[in-house]
Structures are given as C-alpha cells and as structure tokens.
Ligand binder design. Structure first.
Ligand code: SF4
Length: 458
C-alpha cells in the first residue's frame, strides 16, 4: 500500500505538506467561470498549469472542460505575458466566439507581476475585444489560498465587472451558491422556485457540467448565468450568500458597489442549515413556506429518527473544504455522530474556531486543522481510529490502509459518478447524505457480522 510508511508518531512540521487536502486557486476560478453562460475560462500561465486545472475538472465532472491558455514559454517568463494574452484574446474571439473570456492568473504570471487590467485595456485599445464582448479577470496565485479562494475571487470578479448599481430595487434576490456541485445549484434554484422567489443565481454550473448526452457537442452549453442577469443583479433587493469563504467576498462586494444588502449563511447541508436558508429566504422575500418543502423536511426528520441507532456515537474523520465541513460537521453532530478528526487544506483560523464550537460537547478529543494535510489526518486516525471516513477520492488510500468504510463527498471525486447529479444540499440532499452514510455503515456491519448476527431487517 502507498501509505504503509505512515507512522503514528506525529512530528511538528511547518514547511512541509504531505498529501495536500486542497487543489490550487485557478481550478476554483475555472469552475466559477464555467457558471457564466458562453464564457471561456482562460489560464494566464503555462500549459502545464492549464492541463492540470482542466484535467482535474474533467475527471471530476466527466465532461470535457473547455478553457484556453496563454501558453507561457521561457520568453514570457522573462518579458511578461502581455503579448501572449493579447494574442490569445484575439484568437479566442475570432475562433471560438464566446461572450466572455474569464482570465485567471497562475503562480508564474503572479510572480512576474503581470498587470491583467492593463493588458485587458491594451487588448481593447488594439481592437481585439469586440464591442459586445467582455474580458474579466481574477488574481489567483496558488501559493496562497486554495481552489475555494480561487472560486471566491472569480465570483467577486462577476460583481466587479458586471453588477450595475441602479437607483431602484427589483423584487428579486441574488443567490451565490458557493463552491458546490452543479446539481446543488439546481436544487437551490428548485427550492427558491418552490418558495416562489425570483432569483439570480451566480455562478451557475447546472446544465453546463451535468448536462445530458444529446449526441451533439456544444462548446457553450445552454446553462450558466447570463450577462444580462449579472448586470441586473445590482438592482436586487438582497443577496443571500451560501458559504462564508466561497461566497462572502462577492456578497460584500455587491453590497459595497450596488448597495444590495447581504446575508451570509453556512451551506444548507443538513436539517438545521436548510431550515436557516429557507427561513432567511422567506423573510427577505416576504413569502410563505409551501407544504411541499415542509413534507421534504419531515421526510429527512423521519430518516434521522428511524435510523438514529446506527448513527449514534459513531466516530467520523472528515477531509474537505471549509464551507462544506462546517455544515457537514453540524449535521453529523445533530444526528449524534462524533466527528473527531477534521482537516482542510485551505488556510484560515476561523475554520478551526467554528469547528471547535460545533464539536465542543463531544466527549472525545477532537483534532481540527486548517492548512493541514492528509498525512497528518492519517496519523490522527492511527492514534484514534474512526468508524467512517468522509472525503474526496484521495481519502480512499487511507480507507484502504486502515480498513475503514468511506463516503465520497467533496472535491475532487475522480473515481465515481453521481456527485454532479444528486445534490447534498437542502432536505433532499440531507436524505441522500444520510442514505450514503447508512449504506457504508451497514455494509460494514453486514460484512463483519457472524452468521447469527447477520440481520435481514435493519
Ligand atoms: S499550484 Fe501554481 S504552478 Fe502549480 S498548477 Fe497551480 S497555478 Fe500552476
């Protein structure tokens, strides 16, 4: 096994990451860009970065992810990437005809210090940007942050470049869904529709990265928020941002730029967080909650009560992104599970503080780390074993090494399908999460049961 040399002896490390629990900023920026209709993401750097970003998204979504690159060579590294980017903008609008090019930077272009707004202005002055087309940008050096902050930066760029302050307010609400799956964005839109609230959701990758197989290739699928909607988002009566890290930046920028007040909530994963999401939406829009949503809530509650004995005091180890982990930890604690090892690769002291608050009543030592890695996570498990692991595909090595059941959740998932089609947000998403957790726990129970304990009915 690859990880057989992991020891249980934990040494303090400050300058070494082993098996990171994150990917790089441009991946999140590229993902966010794909949530604008007819947008081609552009990676301002070398082909190696771009290939990594595209292949990670392609493998996770099982869809061909389109993007362009400035294709840096030794020359660009010395003289800067302006000539490459201006040429790229010209080529892209001539050949692929997107409505928007969303440029994100990479470690190399940030180290050189390329001034992207100045390069975009030059491309416009040189007549390389058609008058009805747009080029936007976000700075995403990957020696800071993670794919989540890259997503946050590009989402903020949508506000900076497009949202227009109007004198009046329209009866609509902006929803910034966070770095969640396309199906989660779809589910958030469905819930909003059930509440009869008019919304502008951005970014919106539903029907872009989870579209149907039609036999016809479309470079720009019909999903995604439109430019017209992004411009109008500045006249909304409020913004609801889901996930502090992925969506907070854009929500605050919208408030500052267009005076659209914002509420920043945790992701609606689990019963309580979904209650808060629906209740906040209800209050902002002044609507009532329909019976259909109350029924879904009751169904989730029913699963929790029916199967509570299988969740009770099961120890769990979690790897993932901060916004997801905060809501997931709350959800697990609410069904009496014990998340005792929690790691994210994304830096941020607030994360550790939030998790400590959520887990304070667990009568067991809880390990939590931001900017941590999976090597440390594995060592924690060696010292205090768990009943279940929840995390992205990379966790499977630890699951195999330690013979622990695992539920895939988060980003990236490279070896399964379903995550882009079946949501984990909302009441229905909560039901799916619990179903998968139960499947993993009960399959293990069946596997390990003696003949007399092998139950037909659970
Ligand atoms: S970490 Fe930096 S150099 Fe590496 S792929 Fe990401 S942007 Fe490129």
């Amino acid at each position: 096994m690859l990880l057989r040399h992991t020891t249980d002896k934990i040494a303090t490390r400050s300058a070494l990451t082993v098996n990171p629990a994150k990917t790089c900023q441009p991946i999140g920026a590229m993902y966010a860009s794909l949530g604008i209709h007819s947008c081609l993401p552009h990676s301002h750097g070398s082909q190696g970065c771009y290939a990594y970003h595209r292949s990670t998204l392609t493998r996770h979504y099982k869809e061909p992810v389109m993007a362009a690159t400035s294709s840096f060579t030794e020359g660009s590294s010395v003289f800067g990437g302006q000539a490459n980017l201006v040429q790229a903008i010209d080529n892209i609008f001539t050949v692929y005809e997107p409505d928007v090019i969303a440029v994100h930077t990479t470690c190399l272009s940030e180290t050189i210090g390329d001034d992207i707004p100045q390069i975009i202005a030059k491309a416009r002055d040189d007549g390389k940007i058609p008058s009805d087309k747009y080029v936007i940008h976000a700075n995403t050096p990957s020696y800071v942050g993670s794919h989540v902050t890259g997503f946050a930066n590009m989402t903020k760029a949508m506000v900076d470049y497009f949202a227009k302050p109007y004198g009046h307010k329209e009866k609509q609400i902006n929803i910034i869904p966070g770095f969640v799956e396309p199906c989660d964005m779809q589910e958030i839109k469905r819930i909003t529709k059930e509440l009869e609230v008019r919304s502008i959701v951005f970014p919106d990758t539903s029907n872009v990265l989870n579209g149907p197989q039609t036999g016809r290739y479309e470079m720009f699928p019909h999903g995604g928020v439109s430019i017209e909607e992004l411009i109008r988002s500045g006249s909304s009566m409020g913004t609801l941002a889901l996930g502090h890290l992925a969506s907070g930046l854009a929500a605050r920028a919208m408030d500052t730029k267009c005076k659209v007040p914002c509420e920043i909530l945790d992701l609606p994963i689990g019963l309580e967080e979904t209650d808060i999401f629906i209740n906040t939406l209800r209050k902002i829009a002044g609507v009532n909650v329909p019976d259909s949503l109350t029924t879904e809530r009751g169904q989730l509650l029913d699963i929790i009560t029916d199967m509570h004995q299988y969740f009770y005091h099961k120890k769990v180890g979690l790897v993932g992104d901060p916004d997801q982990l905060i809501s997931l930890t709350k959800f697990l604690v609410s069904v009496d599970m014990w998340p005792i090892h929690i790691v994210t690769g994304t830096p941020g002291a607030k994360f550790e503080k939030r998790i400590r608050e959520i887990t304070k009543d667990i009568p067991h030592e809880v390990n939590v780390k931001a900017a941590g890695d999976m090597f440390l996570f594995h060592q924690w498990i060696k010292n205090a074993p768990v009943d279940l692991l929840i995390g992205n595909t990379y966790v499977k090595y630890i699951a195999r090494d330690e013979d622990i059941p695992m539920v895939r959740f988060g980003f990236p998932i490279l070896d399964r399908v379903g995550h882009s089609y079946f949501p984990t947000v909302g009441y229905r998403g909560g039901m799916r999460l619990l179903e998968r957790i139960l499947d993993a726990l009960l399959a293990r129970k069946d596997r390990d049961a003696s003949e007399v304990e092998f139950e037909l009915v659970m």
